[in-house]
Design a protein. Structure first.
Lengths: 111, 111
């Protein structure tokens, strides 16, 4: 019954690899987000999609590409992973006039 | 289960009044953060309070933390219509757990 689910929860990979993090919401929400938790533990928005359309695209390397195959999914693909990409990534979804719901986070470690 | 749980879930007040939101959590934490989310705009970090702090101020915001009760409160004084948003607390566990967000409090400030 998880509202927003991210997979995997933990991801350890080598530099240079390409990896994807998946996010799915079963709430019927129109808007989905990806956030990166920085070294100070603050969340910073990366992308926002509304009905599969990109709304917010903050300054992130173009190695990061979000993909929304349908309204319930927003996946984050990262090419040529670098050490600095190690962080926790959070997905969230939001409906009209409702608060956002967050996934449990994906801890990415690049070695 | 959710680590942070805010209450109330929804709050409506008149402009100029104070708004108080509470957050409870279950396990030991390193720090607790409050965020604001305006619909469709993503999270904005408001304030971080560490586990050894009891109170923190930032402008019209006042946050308290009671680790014995595992609870925190966010007070917004002299509210404005622009404060209308959802407010979330997020906790960072002592044992490297990811941030966990509560369901949020939806604040409506009426002119």
């Amino acid at each position: 019954d998880t509202a927003v689910s991210q997979t995997p929860k933990y991801l350890v990979t080598q530099m240079g690899n390409d990896k994807s993090i998946k996010c799915e919401q079963n709430l019927g929400h129109d808007t989905m987000y990806w956030y990166k938790q920085d070294s100070k533990k603050f969340l910073k928005i990366m992308f926002s999609y509304n009905n599969k359309e990109l709304i917010i695209n903050e300054t992130v390397p173009n190695r990061f590409s979000p993909k929304s195959p349908d309204k319930a999914h927003l996946n984050l693909h990262i090419n040529s992973l670098e050490l600095g990409d190690s962080a926790v990534y959070f997905c969230a979804s939001e409906g009209q006039n409702t608060e956002a719901f967050f996934g449990q986070g994906t801890r990415l470690t690049v070695v | 289960s959710q680590q942070g749980e805010e209450d109330p879930q929804a709050l409506s007040i008149q402009e100029g009044e104070n708004a108080t939101m509470n957050c409870s959590y279950k396990t030991s934490i390193n720090n607790l953060q409050w965020y604001r989310q305006n619909s469709g705009r993503g999270l904005v970090h408001l304030i971080l309070i560490r586990s050894n702090e009891r109170e923190k101020h930032s402008g019209r915001l006042r946050v308290t933390l009671d680790t014995s009760k595992k609870s925190s409160s966010l007070l917004i004084t002299a509210s404005r219509a622009a404060d209308t948003a959802s407010y979330f607390c997020a906790t960072d566990g002592n044992y490297g757990q990811n941030f966990v967000f509560g369901p949020g409090t939806r604040l409506s400030v009426l002119p």
